[in-house]
Design a protein around this ligand. Structure first.
Ligand SMILES: Cc1ncc(COP(=O)(O)O)c(C=O)c1O
Length: 280
């Protein structure tokens, strides 16, 4: 696999970063994942805009769209599979270990990009839905920054897998925020609901696109907080994410949701999303 690292293209095995890279030492960096459908990046502009917001959120500059777009095109050229993921990670750079971030512009950020094939989400999961567990949202208060500091997400995902579930839903003060790597939607009485964009969720690109597609198809979407209890009584629940797409949830904490299989709203929205991606 070819990797782009700081202006150079190389084999994965040749790509190394310093032990003093602030991403390695402090998780001092941000990232993006872009879905490639037949080599075409889905919603590139929105990913780029969110990446810049994240970079601004941690005070890192010096990364040009030209660099990212050129590297994207070169890496995408090697893709042989129908679907793939483009990963972009930017850290503050390399400096002898010190908590104090260097003054802006004094060190070069580390820019890493690669493309890997991804398997489409398994058809049985899309049809039958997945099980999730709920867990305390003990992340920091700047979840909108797509930081590589993902330890709470990693631990929560581990807890889900240990419980035989697919994902964990974060709950903060009784309110459902999102999942470890996806946003969460509920359907009740024909209305679609998802948490509003605040500091406490990552504003998912797929979330945004799905809301637009739903509204475009005449469905009602409200962006309002909902409590954990509202999960259990929902007609449908689903996750949205770049690689997750639209994935029905049919069990929460061991309780069946709706009819226990993919519901019509999730199915419709997945179809619209795949259409938009040129895959349906
Ligand atoms: C915590 C979290 N929420 C939501 C999402 C979904 O965002 P997107 O649709 O942009 O992939 C992700 C994606 O990785 C995530 O990590």
């Amino acid at each position: 696999m070819q990797v782009y690292l700081n202006g150079q293209y190389m084999e994965e095995t040749q790509a190394t970063v310093s032990i003093d890279d602030r991403g390695f030492l402090f998780a001092d960096g941000v990232y993006e994942v872009v879905h490639l459908y037949r080599g075409k990046p889905f919603e590139w502009e929105r990913h780029l805009a969110r990446l810049h917001r994240s970079l601004a959120g941690i005070g890192v500059g010096g990364v040009s769209d030209q660099e990212l777009t050129e590297a994207r095109d070169r890496l995408v050229g090697d893709v042989k599979t129908e679907e793939a993921a483009l990963y972009i990670q930017i850290t503050r750079g390399t400096q002898r270990r010190s908590h104090a971030p260097p003054p802006a512009g004094t060190i070069a950020p580390t820019v890493l990009m690669w493309v890997r094939p991804v398997d489409p989400i398994r058809a049985d999961l899309v049809q039958n839905g997945v099980a999730v567990v709920t867990t305390a949202d003990d992340r920091w208060a700047k979840v909108w920054i797509k930081t590589i500091g993902l330890l709470p997400n990693v631990l929560a995902k581990g807890k889900a897998i240990e419980a035989g579930a697919y994902e964990a839903l974060f709950v903060r003060d009784g309110i459902v925020t999102e999942a470890t790597s996806a946003n969460v939607f509920r359907v009740s009485g024909g209305e679609i609901q998802t948490a509003p964009v605040t500091n406490y969720i990552l504003p998912g690109i797929t979330r945004e696109v799905v809301i637009e597609l739903a509204r475009g198809a005449g469905m009602t979407v409200v962006e309002q907080p909902f409590p954990i209890e509202a999960l259990y009584g929902a007609d449908e629940l689903f996750l949205t994410g770049t690689l997750t797409e639209v994935l029905p949830i049919t069990r929460v904490d061991g309780r069946q949701i709706g009819a226990g299989a993919a519901g019509p709203v999730a199915q419709k929205l997945l179809q619209l999303l795949r259409q938009r991606a040129g895959m349906a």
